[in-house]
Design a protein around this ligand. Structure first.
Ligand code: MG
Length: 388
């Protein structure tokens, strides 16, 4: 028994917002098309792969030993499938079954292929993998939504690979090559052959939008890198007291007979925290990003620095897991302001307050903090980054 997979990759759709067709986007080190080919390549019951590509991509090299020489697709998906079927009929005249699959469905499970092949060989009919529609259905448009009940009982969302006895689907495509059908099961039934439905997992989704690309990337990442990339950074800062009437700590103004001196608002806690974030990313420190020699940061509110570091975490495709700040001073007393500080940082960092700790200690009247000459701050930040 000979079984082939026919992969249709002839589209040039760039709706996902990329500069190339979506099947050529690279995810976890290979293209979406290669991920799709892999699923069939590694299935023991698939004997050969026939790929149909856009003529511009005919020269691409692949490393799948079941892969026959790719052929150029036609103007429509149906024409491309027909090209692939013709090529298969030449290279394997006694082919028994063919699974016709969209290259943009790379998350097909090996078990689904096994179930399709079992159904094909048992019933010798067309097999349509599909999943049940679970959402409530409504008819309408943005101005009017009707309350008509639409039963979901016999509604299914069609997937691929739509799979068939080879000779019959090839004959159907030959017969209807000058008419347009929405998919292969339609052509198959127009030729008078029956198709059975096979319930398949909904995660065999078609990559259509940028969100779908992201969804597949996360799925792939969780399969190849089950352990997250956890980073820790530490920060330390000191500012000295000069004459004044308040200090700013974690963005909160606290009355005090002295103020902290510094180029910006001298928020020692926020500086230590910002450095901890830069440290976890190995992205230098606050002085690199905001040089004290630059007059534009004179008297600046330190939340500018913190927000920059938080944005940098997002650019690294990371999230902040938690932060812990320790202030070291004899005065002012920190505890009455602790909660306000945590809430302010939570709102600046878009982080839940439960992930933010602000605490304080004295240094038992020892050293510069003990002599009330200034305030020191330590901070630790833990980030979870996406593995690259
Ligand atoms: Mg500082």
């Amino acid at each position: 028994m000979k079984i082939a997979a026919l992969i249709v990759a002839g589209g040039t759709g760039t709706r996902v917002g990329a500069s190339c067709p979506k099947q050529y986007l690279s995810i976890s080190g290979q293209t979406i098309l290669e991920h799709t080919l892999d699923v069939f390549q590694h299935h023991p019951k698939i004997d050969m792969l026939q790929l149909v590509v856009h003529p511009d991509y005919l020269q691409d090299k692949f490393f799948h030993d079941k892969l026959l020489p790719p052929v150029a697709g036609g103007a429509t998906r149906q024409a491309s499938v027909y090209q692939g079927l013709q090529a298969l009929s030449k290279s394997c005249p006694n082919l028994d079954y063919v699974l016709i699959h969209d290259a943009a469905r790379p998350n097909l499970k090996r078990e689904t292929i096994s179930q399709i092949i079992q159904e094909l060989t048992q019933h010798k009919s067309g097999i349509l993998p599909a999943h049940r529609i679970v959402d409530t259905l409504r008819r309408g448009d943005k101005d009017l939504c009707t309350d008509e009940d639409i039963s979901r009982d016999d509604l299914w969302a069609a997937q691929t690979p739509q799979s068939f006895p080879f000779a019959k689907i090839y004959a159907a495509h030959q017969k209807f090559k000058n008419q347009n059908f929405s998919d292969d099961t339609k052509i198959y039934s127009a030729a008078g052959y029956p198709t059975r439905l096979l319930e398949a997992p909904a995660d065999n989704f078609k990559i259509t939008t940028a969100d779908d690309v992201e969804k597949f990337r996360i799925l792939k990442m969780s399969q190849t890198h089950p352990f997250p990339d956890i980073r820790t950074g530490s920060g330390y800062d000191v500012h000295k007291f000069v004459e004044g009437d308040h200090v700013i700590l974690c963005g909160i103004k606290i009355p005090h007979p002295f103020k902290l001196s510094g180029h910006s608002d001298a928020d020692v806690a926020m500086h230590a925290l910002t450095d901890a974030l830069y440290g976890a990313l190995a992205e230098g420190d606050i002085g690199v990003h905001f040089p004290p020699s630059d007059p534009q940061w004179k008297g600046a509110a330190s939340d500018i620095f913190l927000k920059h570091a938080v944005d940098l975490v997002s650019q690294h495709k990371g999230i902040i897991s938690n932060i812990d700040i320790t202030l070291i001073c004899e005065a002012p007393k920190i505890s009455p302001w602790q909660q306000k500080m945590r809430e302010n940082l939570a709102s600046l960092m878009s982080l839940d307050v439960s992930r933010i700790s602000v605490k304080a200690t004295t240094s038992e009247k020892l050293g510069f903090t003990g002599r009330k000459e200034g305030i020191a701050a330590h901070a630790i930040a833990t980030l979870i980054l996406e593995r690259s």
